[in-house]
Design a protein around this ligand. Sequence first.
Ligand SMILES: [Mn+2]
Length: 245
Amino acid sequence: MYKPVIGLTPGHNTDTQDAFLRPTYLQALTAAGAIPVMLPLEPDSDDYGQMAEAFDGFLFTGGPDVQPLLFGEETHERCGNASSKRDAMELALLSQVMAAKKPVFGICRGIQLINIGLGGTIYQDISSQYYGCAEKKPDFPLAHTQPYDYEIPSHTVILDAQSRLAAVCGCSSLKVNSMHHQAVKDLAPGLTACANALDGLIEALEMPGYPWLLAVQWHPEYLWKHDKAASLLFKNFVNACLVRH
Ligand SMILES: [Mn+2]
């Protein structure tokens, strides 16, 4: 039986220049019935169109912060490390992948990258820019950078009942892990928020009318072994890639 081949965007260690991928993404996609492949960090600029055609789907993985000048902002004092090579590669790839209407899954940095690539903005730092703003300061600040193991969920997200995400997961709320200090702020045109944390922050996005685009702020690749919804998310993505083949 044909298995969908899925391209994953690579991590970039800016100290050693290594391109790498955490095995959790590969394990989750393999278990869901796909063949995962790490994409090059520095493809030839002429090759993005061919790369978009060559794979059945694309996973935009977690990682460091996106360079703020790329979404029209100065660099906030609480912004973290960025990789110009990775930013350029992922933004160019996203454009070609979406032109080819291939399935797109985003995780953590992936949700931010997709929102930025399509014209949205992000909070460069949740605690100072979202919690720090008086009108948005919640009574109960959440640990979006959770203080314990990634396999343990740390906060709740409420799903939009009409969303693809709710249909895929078959429930109205999820317990998710959380390892981010940035978050989606203004949505890009065409995207809808389909999950919010109890403090109001956007935790998932999708694109109605597009064949398959879902992005989550949490890390289902650390949850799928024990969490049905996380496992269904990967399986639904892989099935969407299979249908397109
Ligand atoms: Mn969170």
